[in-house]
Design a protein around this ligand. Structure first.
Ligand code: NAP
Length: 520
């Protein structure tokens, strides 16, 4: 049995008092315990602010990029071990484990390269300068400078590696020390990555701290230069949003929460076309990859009403072709849900949806004697406007097919009933349809993914979050934004308007020795 320790104030700490148990969701056997009892959380923050922050801020972007590159390599060197831990603790087949772990390695490497490109500077210019006076002598610039606090990162259980390291990459490159708290049910992978991070010796002391278990009273001690980035359910996000201390100090926050992501199938697509096949494959992939426990997974599938039967049959066949079972079996593509709580919540969610829609395949029944297994579940609804389909995220292998007229504007309106999503995919070869859908859906979705025959062969699935592109979404999706290349650094930096003599503040003057800075 493993005891997950925390790395705080320069040493590994074994928690005292009550602990939380971590299980293997395939066998239900207990694997580890986690407890953060006895941690001086105020001291953790002070350690980050007094040691990690100054050490990181003394480095240039290029030097911080080198640290990220070293971390990426240190994790890559233990990739097989991490994949094995993920199979055991998260119930992920090898392909899903790789999705998480390679995502962490790749995002660190991406931000490492970005650091190298930014070179020897320590702050960024933000957009072009503006003339404020009668002549260019009185000038304005916006710059982004590192803030002086610490970043607290509270992460979800479903991507223990990627979710932690995508946040770490942006924060460390910006010069901000981090305090990482993974979702406890699958924390074994995050904990091992924390061990590798510390053992790599890549980071200055205080730049990275790790908490296994609860964050205790940590949030009580955050002040105005600190920030909190949260990924998880909208219920927890709502609680944290109202946290008295965060409100009192106006602590900068970023929330990534639930999302009822949608796929829209346009009427022009013919059966067997590349975009048609891509739609079916992507919906089935989203439902079954990580057993549907993906924040970007599709939950609502809008199809023209006269094609509901045809597309339901295709999606059901594709989802049922995915081999389900023990994730340690190399042939298996979908494992169990990650925890007993997930098993309970997903089955209850499926039962609630069953009151409003016809079951096409799957259902709430447990399908194995041991382990937290449910089958891929497809519902077909007759009324796409029924609030039941737009209100609750069933965080498992479950999606509902909803009929619409085939009009792009109506599709956009229906997508909006979800109150804000991370990603919406639209499939069509009709440019006018794609354009109307993209612009109509844009206000409701952080990312709009446009599938057509022309890009089918090269495309990466809509559920895949790329470091080059922003991740986040409005409304129920949390209203936050992460990644997106340099954009991901802004959360950790302070945007300052500089006004003065152009000869002092313009990039060619102010940082003459450090080359003209690109915009963030
Ligand atoms: P969760 O139950 O809300 O937990 C998220 C994190 O918050 C965990 O680390 C949890 O710790 C912690 N937490 C819970 N209550 C807290 C409190 N009162 N104070 C401080 N921390 C607290 O969500 P989850 O079940 O881990 O994750 C699934 C959800 O995350 C899904 O709804 C999914 O859509 C969403 N998600 C969103 C994104 C995105 O980018 N938008 C990405 C991934 C997942 P413990 O584990 O120790 O309870």
């Amino acid at each position: 049995m493993q005891t997950l320790t925390s790395y705080v104030q320069g040493r590994w700490h074994t928690g005292t008092g009550a602990s939380v148990a971590l299980h293997n969701p395939t066998t239900e056997a207990q694997l580890a315990t986690a407890s953060s009892g006895g941690i001086d959380f105020k001291g953790v923050l002070e350690h980050a602010r007094s040691k990690g922050g100054p050490a990181l801020r003394a480095l240039t972007f290029a030097q911080r990029g080198e640290l990220l590159d070293k971390l990426s390599k240190a994790i890559h060197a233990h990739r097989d071990e991490l994949i094995e831990l993920s199979i055991q603790n998260a119930g992920t087949p090898r392909s899903d484990a790789k999705f998480d772990i390679d995502g962490a390695i790749g995002t660190l490497a991406f931000y490492g390269r970005l650091g190298a490109e930014l070179g020897a500077r320590t702050f960024l210019y933000d957009g072009p300068g503006v003339q404020l006076g009668r002549t260019a002598r009185f000038w304005g610039e916006h710059v982004l400078v590192p803030r002086l606090g610490a970043a607290v990162h509270i992460n979800a259980f479903n991507f223990p590696a990627w979710n932690m390291m995508e946040k770490v990459a942006c924060a460390l490159l910006a010069g901000t020390p981090v305090i990482e708290k993974p979702g406890t049910p699958t924390a074994l992978v995050a904990w091992r990555i924390a061990e590798l991070t510390i053992a790599s010796g890549a980071l200055p002391e205080g730049a990275f701290q790790f908490i296994a278990g609860s964050v205790g009273d940590l949030l009580e001690h955050l002040t105005s230069q600190d920030c909190l980035a949260f990924t998880g359910s909208s219920g927890t996000a709502a609680k944290l949003r109202g946290h008295t201390n965060l409100v009192r100090h106006n602590v900068r926050v970023n929330f990534e929460a639930d999302s009822l992501n949608a796929a829209v199938f346009a009427p022009d697509l013919e059966a067997g076309s590349d975009a048609f096949n891509l739609f079916v494959a992507n919906v089935a992939l989203d439902m079954t990859q990580k057993t549907g426990q993906k924040c970007t997974a599709v939950r609502r599938v809008f199809v023209p009403k006269e094609r509901v039967d045809e597309l339901t049959a295709e999606i059901v066949a594709a989802a049922n072709a995915v081999k389900l079972g023990d994730p340690s079996d190399a042939a298996v593509r979908m494992g169990p849900l990650a925890s007993a709580d997930q098993f309970r919540d997903v089955r209850a969610g499926i039962e609630r949806l069953a009151k409003h829609a016809k079951l096409a395949t799957g259902g709430a029944a447990s399908i194995r004697e041991k382990g937290y297994f449910v089958a891929p579940t497809v519902f077909v609804a007759s009324d796409a406007r029924n609030a039941a389909f737009h209100a609750e995220e069933v965080f498992g292998p479950c999606a509902t097919i909803l009929p619409y007229s085939g009009d792009a504007r109506e599709a956009a309106e229906l997508v909006g009933l979800g109150g804000g999503s991370l990603v919406t995919s639209v499939y069509s070869n009709d440019t006018a349809f794609l354009e109307a859908a993209a612009l109509g859906i844009g206000p409701w979705s952080g990312r709009v993914w446009l599938g057509s025959d022309k890009m089918a062969e090269q495309s990466l699935a809509p559920g895949m979050v790329l470091p080059q592109m922003i991740h986040g979404g409005p409304g129920r999706a949390g209203g936050g934004e992460e990644l997106g290349g340099l954009r991901g650094l802004s959360f950790y930096l302070q945007r300052v308007a500089l006004q003065g003599f152009k000869g002092v503040i313009a990039p060619e003057s102010f940082v003459a020795s450090k080359a003209a800075a690109p915009s963030a």
